[in-house]
Design a protein around this ligand. Structure first.
Ligand code: ZN
Length: 80
């Protein structure tokens, strides 16, 4: 499967056919991977993707491994 491409800015609308929107606020977007996209950090398929523009974030510990990807103005958290 293809990996999502992350450059200066990540726009999930480019992957709308495969990323299901779970929740969206002004600065944070939660997405579920419905198309088996691969993680841009480790190359394995991920389950969920959080995109945040907030400067600080606090999370509950995910149940498995997770990857972090940074753009110029966002942090992406991918759970496996
Ligand atoms: Zn990964």
């Amino acid at each position: 499967m293809t990996a999502i491409e992350v450059g200066d800015h990540f726009d999930y609308h480019e992957y709308r056919e495969g990323l299901k929107l779970l929740q969206e606020t002004r600065e944070t977007t939660h997405l579920a991977n419905r198309a088996g996209f691969d993680c841009p950090a480790c190359g394995r398929s991920f389950e969920k993707l959080l995109v945040t523009e907030k400067r600080t974030n606090t999370f509950n510990s995910p149940p498995g491994p997770f990857c972090l990807v940074r753009t110029d103005d966002q942090m992406l958290v991918l759970t496996h």
